[in-house]
Design a protein around this ligand. Structure first.
Ligand code: IMP
Ligand code: MG
Length: 177
């Protein structure tokens, strides 16, 4: 497939948004310890940019990562989630903040939230860089949203198309030629 990439969110806009979100996170978690749970691999850039903006003396950060994928027939309405890599950290009694790249149908986060809630965290919140509300299939409460975008396929800043373009510092839209 031949395609071009059209920039939709610049590096400056992303970094400004990360500043805003980090400030909110610092306010909300001040004096606490929080476990940042990054969903591999798309959230890696976003998580590392957020984590670097949180001063240790205000919020004590721990990071861990989880890799999940939907399996089975994607045409089925009850898609399930397979855990390819689980957390190393204990969840019970801790404040958990899931960091995700995109909320699309909402199925991934809905399932991850369910799995983690069974482990009895002290609190469980979600932070996503991008949100495509038009595509939602299951209702999900997202606490921190970077940008709401229309239904198009994006890449960059951790997000891939066939494992490419993750290292771009901006978000681009894939336009088929
Ligand atoms: P969902 O919310 O369960 O449908 O899935 C969200 C996941 O689908 C995200 O974590 C991404 O990995 C992937 N995804 C959704 N939209 C895009 C896109 O525009 N570009 C790249 N990956 C996407
Ligand atoms: Mg993902």
């Amino acid at each position: 497939m031949e395609y071009i990439i059209e920039k939709v969110i610049s590096e400056e806009e992303i970094q400004k948004k990360v500043d805003e979100l980090s400030k909110r996170i610092i306010e909300d978690y001040e004096g606490k310890s929080v476990l940042l749970v990054g969903l591999l691999r798309g959230s890696v850039m976003f998580l590392s940019d957020i984590a670097r903006r949180i001063p240790e003396e205000k919020v004590n950060i721990t990071m861990d990562f989880m890799d999940v994928s939907s399996y089975g027939n994607s045409m089925e309405s009850s898609r399930e989630i397979k855990i390819n890599k689980d957390l190393e950290e204990e969840v019970a009694g801790r404040h958990i903040l899931i960091i995700e790249d995109i909320v699309d149908t909402g199925r991934t986060l809905n399932e991850v939230k369910h799995i983690l809630s069974l482990r009895k965290p002290a609190s469980l919140k979600i932070c996503t860089l991008l949100d495509k509300p038009e595509r939602r299939e299951v209702e999900i409460e997202v606490d921190y949203v970077g940008f709401k975008i229309p239904d198009f396929f994006v890449i960059g800043y951790g997000i891939d198309y066939a494992q490419r373009h993750r290292a771009l510092p901006y978000i681009g839209k894939v336009v088929v030629k």
